[in-house]
Design a binder for this molecule. Structure first.
Ligand code: HAM
Length: 416
């Protein structure tokens, strides 16, 4: 019996890891410049954390969560996102006592039972940041600036930044009433889910994927027309700061973001190069959520980047990464093998990425192996070379060869 990975769960193979490592290291480098600190949180949480945090009516909670009961009957969920977990940790460990502003990031797998397709998996990975304690709007534009800086350093250019404001509970209530009235007028055109959502959570109708519902929403009232003075000023300052920072954006009044916790600023970065799953990052402000989860009434904002989608963009642009060897050692014959084996370890002591084959195969097979490992150079030592006291160092790309004295080849190889 052959086992395959579970549907929607994928292996990331060695040849793909270069792009993944580059994304992670570049994100860490940039986040540290902006004063972020890393936090690691568990994959399992009590399911209720997400039901309360993300919202019962969202697709993520109502259709996509991996939940189960453990042996004691506790209802658990594999995290579908990181924000609620980070906040749980923030509250549980009273991180607010240390500093009034916390900038946190975390990287890891998330789980959503969605229909798998290009750019959409059931296990996927996010780079997630949260800034807790700053009411904005200045920090909102700084956060967006940071994402754009990361994408530009990864040379991901063909992207557009969509922004919107979802208002605050004060101005959202009149909007919700207006939207519900509008939906009532279009009751017959709505799918059964949206007929229910119309009463429980009408904003979620914007996320519905059914065509007739989308058509209804084209002319629906939008939150931007209902913002109170405070939310409107917040949004305008956010936009003028983005302009000041030369960050291009599009105001998209239909951007609802699929999770219930957002308020005021929301944003999504989209690419034209991935087909239907075009969102490569999304986030926004979620003032009120920390209190809702039992913590202090602190404002916060964050975003998450989908790593699969970024890795795919990098791989499509031909990114090779560091999946190479500096040197592959090719001894021919027992005497050469004994010597090369010792030199190999000494080169590794000196930090050279190198390898050799212990199965005593011929030159052709070893050259093929070197090629498969993307070795930049090979060092060949056969009987003739031992006799002459000189090995051959060959550059695999240029095919140039130089001789290296076998008396002390380590330093010569390193400086060649
Ligand atoms: P989200 O929009 O649900 O936001 O996810 C963020 C990103 O994760 C998406 O833009 C996409 O790139 C990626 N993503 C989501 N689902 C999948 C999937 N099934 N397969 C592959 N990639 C996927 C959040 O999760 C919020 N917690 C972001 C946030 C942080 N807001 C505030 N702080």
């Amino acid at each position: 019996m052959q086992y395959n990975a579970v549907k929607g769960f994928k292996d990331i193979l060695p040849g793909q890891m270069g792009a993944w490592n580059r994304i992670e290291s570049e994100a860490k480098r940039i986040f540290e410049i902006f004063g972020f600190r890393e936090i690691r949180i568990p994959i399992l949480e009590k399911a209720d954390l997400f039901i309360r945090g993300i919202g019962r009516e969202t697709d993520v909670v109502s259709k996509e969560m991996y939940t189960f009961q453990d042996r004691k009957g506790t209802y658990l969920a594999m995290r579908p996102e990181a924000t609620a977990s980070v906040l749980r940790a923030y509250i549980e460990h009273k991180l607010y006592e240390g500093s009034s502003i916390q900038k946190l990031f975390t990287i890891g797998p998330m789980f959503r039972y969605e229909r798998p397709q290009k750019g959409r998996r059931r296990q996927f990975h996010q780079i997630n940041t949260e800034i807790i304690g700053d009411p904005g709007p200045r920090i909102d534009s700084e956060l967006v600036y940071m994402i754009m800086m990361l994408f530009s350093s990864l040379k991901i250019n063909d992207i557009s930044l969509n922004i919107n404001s979802l208002g605050c509970p004060k101005c959202r209530e009149p909007f919700r009433i207006k939207l519900r009235d509008y939906l009532k007028d279009h009751y017959e055109e709505l799918c059964p889910d949206c007929r229910r959502r119309m009463d429980t959570n009408p904003l979620r109708v914007f996320d519905c994927k059914v065509k007739t519902c989308n058509e209804v929403m084209e002319d629906a009232p939008v939150m931007l027309d209902f913002l109170c003075d405070d939310c409107s000023n917040h949004f305008h300052t956010f936009m003028s700061d983005l302009k000041g920072l030369n960050v291009d954006f599009v105001v998209n009044s239909h951007l609802m973001r699929g999770l219930d916790y957002y308020a005021k600023t929301t944003f999504e970065v989209q690419t034209r190069n991935l087909g239907a799953q075009n969102a490569i990052a999304g986030g926004g402000r979620y003032d009120g959520l920390i209190k809702e989860l039992g913590g202090p009434d602190y404002p916060a904002i964050g975003f998450a980047i989908g790593m699969e989608r970024i890795a795919e963009l990098l791989n499509e642009s031909g990114y090779q990464g560091k999946d190479t060897l500096d040197l592959f050692m090719i001894p021919l014959g027992k005497e050469a093998e004994d010597k090369v084996f010792i030199w190999l370890q000494k080169l590794r002591d000196a930090g050279i990425r190198c390898d050799m084959e212990y199965r005593s195969v011929g030159l052709k097979a070893q050259m093929k192996h070197a090629d498969r490992l993307n070795a930049k150079k090979v060092f060949i030592v056969g009987e003739d070379e031992l006799e002459k006291g000189k090995g051959i160092l060959r550059d695999m790309a240029t095919k140039e060869q130089i001789e290296i004295s076998l008396t002390d080849p380590i330093n010569e190889i390193i400086s060649a």
